[in-house]
Design a protein around this ligand. Structure first.
Ligand SMILES: O=C(O)[C@H](O)[C@@H](O)[C@H](O)[C@H](O)COP(=O)(O)O
Ligand code: SF4
Length: 608
């Protein structure tokens, strides 16, 4: 007898019903691809020879077509601390593949943008669309049809979503995501944030700021705040796309290498030529997507997944919307507090029980689907265990019975908040999302006159000029997907945090995004429809003026103004930016769908 929560069951059934036509079209495609391209025997001799010409000792195995050949899609680069460890992975993975009579080839690389580097300047306007660029690059890599399985190397914000979207279009193949792990903890995130606010107030200089930042981001591995990258890792566990517990094991350790090896062995076994065929299309279904949403809500994950998850789901023919998130949020309690939702980081979270604890609690409370197909042979329950090395052999120990730190991890029976970390707000200014898990409850409702800006730079200038030292709702518009690529406006966190610490009631309202690491200041983001006109009709934010009273009430789900916008002329959007490659992304902007549908031109134009 299932103990599944009636709310989770109801939302899942609604998604299944809504997705029926698109999901069946997707599964028909997968069926066709499985028949036509699930191994390389259909390739001509010339095609094949091109595919293994440089494969050295692996040539005979690849040439015969009998051996399992794995495609490695890698987001390696030296600049992202999270992806830098991937440099050595392919050579190791080829050895691991040969251990089970398989081979592996790097099928292709995908770009990986670091939002931490581009935060606050023009490059950030490529961020959202870099996700679709990654999906396109994944498809280019896998389109050679040389492969019996996919090993996907990517961690950060848009990289996992892009890899998922691209790989799902080859859903007739099995897939495993191979993470590299979080960097060892540096100075605390709170210390980092304090120095930033002192810098914003002119009380410390660049030298002190750089020293503080470098003590936080100090070596290889994923940044240790619970932002979009680490929310990706959580979701891969909740969807069963990892080897269980791979998310937060540190890089460059024997356990990390054992997990990578297990991933290679496992995806070979899951191929059609293996003994346990599990195509990715059958793992990523409506229930797996609901598990990802539930994990996001229970852990206070990144608001960016209110945009990425709808796009990822669409690639599998699954249609979700923000009502699904909101309804699940009311039933899924917040059971973790990892910075910015608390003070500890993901290393502390992992040490306190980590994902094994989260999965155990969610399955035990019937808040996650236990009956999804996963990379792990035993299904979702295998993810309620933590990987360890016992005499150099990979093994798993069950999640601890008690939380290792109840300031970070709580049971469902005694949560930090009775509901999830993310809410829908809507009204006469549109629909947006707000991350309540990172904001003190007394700040969930802010009603104040607004100041309206068309760029985040203008906000910084107004702050420096002392114009914002009051109760104020800062509106930053023309930041949507079609306006300028929907950048994160995370650089606004320190100045708005200073205003809040001075005792003012402050909130942000924008059709742009925030970082998964943003917190503290209430922010209604992803406001849809965006301010930039679509089919000649601007979004409501285009009609706001300085002084209009705006109300943001996360508890009631309200985003509205008392001003009468009906007779106003809309503001004109600033011209689209040139430089930093932004002009090359005009085609993405022109055709982008709304944030609630994933903000993707690629999916819109493809009719997915
Ligand atoms: O969504 C996210 O998690 C962010 O995009 C994150 O990847 C980004 O890099 C932040 O900017 C880091 O935080 P700081 O800018 O505060 O270091
Ligand atoms: S977590 Fe963010 S800041 Fe850190 S490497 Fe990844 S993209 Fe860059």
């Amino acid at each position: 007898m299932s103990n599944l929560s009636p709310v989770v069951a109801r939302v899942t059934d609604r998604i299944i019903e809504r997705s029926r036509p698109s999901r069946s079209r997707y599964l028909e495609l997968v069926e066709r691809e499985r028949d036509r391209h699930s191994d390389r025997s259909f390739l001509s001799c010339s095609n094949l020879a091109h595919g293994f010409a440089a494969a050295g000792d692996d040539k005979p195995a690849i040439a015969t077509g009998g051996a399992i050949n794995l495609g490695i899609v890698t987001a390696y680069n030296d600049m992202l601390s999270a992806h830098q460890p991937y440099g050595r992975y392919p050579e190791q993975m080829k050895l691991f593949a040969r251990e089970v009579g398989a081979t592996a080839q790097v099928a292709g690389g995908v770009p990986a943008m670091c939002d931490g580097v581009t935060q606050g300047f023009d490059g950030m306007e490529l961020s959202l669309f870099s996700r679709d660029t990654i999906a396109l690059s994944t498809a280019v890599a896998l389109s050679h049809a040389m492969f019996d399985g996919m090993t996907l190397l990517g961690i950060c914000d848009k990289i996992v979503p892009g890899l998922v979207i691209g790989a799902l279009r080859f859903g007739h193949l099995p897939a495993v995501f191979v993470p590299s792990g979080p960097m060892p903890s540096g100075i605390s995130n709170k210390e980092k944030q304090k120095t930033r606010q002192l810098y914003a107030e002119g009380k410390v200089g660049r030298e002190e700021l750089l020293a503080s930042e470098s003590a936080s981001y100090h070596t290889a591995g994923t940044c240790t705040f619970y932002g979009t990258a680490n929310s990706n890792q959580m979701m891969m566990e909740m969807m069963g796309l990892h080897i269980p517990g791979a998310a937060f094991v540190p890089p460059n350790t024997p356990l990390r290498q054992a997990l990578t090896r297990a991933a290679v062995h496992r995806v070979a076994a899951m191929s059609k030529k293996g003994n346990d065929y599990r195509p990715m299309a059958e793992l990523v279904d409506e229930k797996a997507i609901v598990n990802a949403i539930v994990g996001l809500l229970a852990t206070g994950g990144s608001t960016n997944h209110a945009i990425h998850l709808p796009a990822m789901a669409r690639a599998a023919g699954v249609i979700i919307d923000w009502e699904d998130f909101d309804e699940l949020s009311a039933a899924v309690p917040l059971i973790t507090r990892v910075y910015p939702n608390g003070s500890g980081d993901v290393n502390h979270f992992h040490a306190a029980g980590g994902m094994a604890w989260v999965v155990k609690e969610l399955l035990g409370a019937g808040l996650a689907h236990a009956d999804i197909l996963t990379v792990a042979e035993g299904g979702m329950s295998d993810y309620a265990s933590e990987p360890v090395l016992m005499d150099d052999t990979l093994a798993w120990t069950p999640a601890p019975a008690e939380s290792g730190d109840d300031t970070m991890l709580r049971p469902v029976s005694d949560p930090f908040q009775p509901d999830g970390g993310m809410r829908l707000v809507s009204g006469n200014l549109g629909r947006g999302t707000i991350k309540t898990s990172a904001v003190d409850k007394e700040r969930w409702t802010i009603e104040a006159p607004c100041r309206v800006f068309d760029t985040q730079e203008a906000v910084a200038q107004a702050f420096k000029a002392g114009e914002l030292d009051k109760d104020v709702i800062v509106v930053v518009r023309f930041q949507g997907p079609r306006a300028n690529g929907m950048p994160e406006l995370h650089k606004l966190t320190p100045p708005l945090g200073v205003l809040q610490d001075r005792g003012h009631k402050v909130a942000l309202v924008t059709d742009g995004r925030m970082s998964g690491a943003s917190g503290k200041v209430p922010a209604a983001i992803h406001v849809t429809p965006e301010a930039l006109a679509k089919d000649g009709k601007p979004g409501p934010l285009a009609y706001l003026r300085d002084g209009d009273v705006v109300r943001l009430a996360a508890g009631d789900g309200v985003l509205s103004t008392s001003a009468d916008l009906s007779s106003r002329e809309p503001a004109q959007a600033p011209p689209a930016g040139m430089g930093m490659g932004r002009e090359l992304f005009a085609m993405f902007r022109m055709n982008a769908g709304g944030a609630e549908q994933g903000g993707s031109a690629m999916l819109e134009v493809a009719g997915l």
